[in-house]
Design a protein around this ligand. Structure first.
Ligand SMILES: [Fe+2]
Length: 473
């Protein structure tokens, strides 16, 4: 079996390097993202040529997120191309794919189908998965019906209990390779992928280190899977327009090189266009000639790369902002206050409020449950609104408190451009389009109770298909 890497989490799987193949989560263009501005660029920049697109015989879409479903890429395929999706894919995605003239086939979990000469089996993710990835279909793929020499991908979720149970019961062999999606984000002056920023990290004295991420990728994640599968690092293959990557864990090929020196495991980090050959003799990484996929500048988006301008200092200045005071648009202030009032109930029903009550009972009292700081770059002072827990509503922070560090006002909060918050609440932008760029946040070390997780729960495409499908159309 051949697995050709197309960038980020996109793969082309086939029995040979020439025949019709199954494209998994194909991103075939330079950019992607719901909405007309297509906010993300694929990293590293690469070109996919028509000859590769013509080999796509069928498609598997694992879940609804915009870095896995790109309608503009799917539009490049011939009408009637078969698109497989699992039982949990939202119906609006199925409708959008059908409107392109493609043929959707829903697959059940734990059932084998033959496609493009390969054998494919989908699994539900573990219930331990974060709620926004619960619709993921994980996949096992092989050139044999008994799943010898197979590859397994958990995609963005925790490894399926049902997949592990089948291996334990001897129903299928352990996979030869696991595709590990590495979306880790360790940045100077920034925080985790969930948006906890440096202020909160310093405050709680906790830091994510590269070693801990390598440990997670190489030991913790694969430990669940029997055997000694080769590890194939992918994911994290994007940045926003105009953004330089500031974190060293975005270049999976470099990371695989480091990992190979540090461990006895077989670790691959293919560049787009490179092909993994899974054979009984083992796994090989093959460089094809560049007539299907070409990568000209693998470090083009990386800060510190030759010829690039470092944005590390800019990242450290993210708190240098201004708020609404200077705004002569009273309508903007009113709209922002209205948007906050719409969030009050959700926050008060969430673990964010629970945390405030718990800390209060323990005598660790902060005046507010949540802070929203409206910032307008590049000036200094933001305008703060805070959730008064006794009044159960957002209030403007008094000037006496305005200069306190935000973490002393509330354990949770966001700093956001006013228009960005309005666009989010009104369904004109997606939360992931804003995080870490136009929206920063802080929170205690409970990632699933973060402000970004809350906003994603309220406005993400897994629950608000109406907003996402309107953005796509
Ligand atoms: Fe996802």
């Amino acid at each position: 079996m051949n697995l050709q890497f197309l960038g980020h989490n996109a793969w082309l799987a086939g029995t040979s390097s020439l025949g019709p193949s199954l494209a998994v989560d194909p991103l075939l263009l330079d950019d992607f993202g719901f909405g007309p501005d297509r906010p993300f660029l694929v990293h590293p920049p690469r070109r996919i040529y028509r000859s590769l697109v013509e080999r796509i015989g069928a498609v598997l879409l694992t879940h609804e997120h915009s870095d896995h479903v790109d309608l503009a890429s799917l539009r490049m395929l011939p009408r009637e191309t078969c698109v497989f999706m699992g039982p949990l894919m939202p119906a609006w995605i199925e409708r959008a794919v059908c409107e392109l003239g493609l043929r959707v086939l829903r697959l059940e979990f734990n059932t084998t189908v033959e496609v493009c000469g390969l054998f494919l089996r989908l699994y539900p993710c573990s219930p331990q998965t974060a709620f926004w990835e619960q619709r993921v279909s994980q996949f096992l793929i092989s050139s044999t019906p008994t799943f010898l020499d197979s590859a397994f991908s958990a995609v963005d979720a925790v490894v399926s209990d049902q997949f592990l149970a089948e291996i334990t019961a001897g129903a299928i062999p352990a996979p030869s390779a696991v595709l590990v999606s590495n979306n880790s984000s360790v940045r100077a002056g920034k925080g985790s992928a969930l948006g906890s920023d440096s202020r909160a990290r310093e405050w709680r004295g906790h830091k994510v280190t590269g070693v801990s991420i390598l440990h997670e990728l190489l030991d913790v994640f694969p430990a669940a899977i029997p055997g000694s599968p080769a590890i194939v690092l992918c994911g994290g293959g994007f940045c926003r327009r105009g953004e330089l990557l500031q974190w060293p864990f975005a270049c999976q090929w470099d990371l695989a090189g480091i990992a190979t020196e540090l461990t006895v495991k077989q670790v691959f980090g293919p560049l787009p266009g490179q092909r993994l050959c899974l054979e009984h003799r083992g796994i090989r990484l093959v460089d094809d000639d560049a007539n299907e996929v070409s990568v000209d500048q693998p470090y083009a988006h990386v800060a510190g790369a030759p010829g690039s301008v470092s944005k590390l200092e800019e990242a450290a200045l993210d708190s240098a902002t201004t708020g609404l005071q200077g705004s002569d648009d009273s309508g903007l202030i009113a709209r922002c206050e209205r948007a906050l009032s719409e969030l009050e109930t959700a926050i008060l029903c969430s673990g964010i409020a629970d945390y405030w009550w718990l800390m209060r009972a323990r005598g660790i009292h902060r005046p507010f449950g949540f802070v929203c700081e409206f910032v307008r770059r590049p000036c200094r002072q933001g305008t703060r609104y805070a959730l008064d827990m006794e009044e159960a509503k957002f209030v403007r922070v008094r000037s006496a408190d305005a200069d306190l560090p935000v973490c002393e006002l509330a354990a949770f909060g966001i700093a956001v451009e006013p228009q960005s918050l309005l666009d989010l609440v009104n369904g004109r932008r997606q939360i992931w389009d804003l995080v870490g760029d136009e929206l920063d946040s802080w929170h205690p070390d409970m990632p699933l109770e973060s402000p970004v997780a809350l906003l994603y729960a309220l406005f993400g495409e897994q629950v608000r298909g109406d907003l996402a499908s309107a953005l796509c159309s």
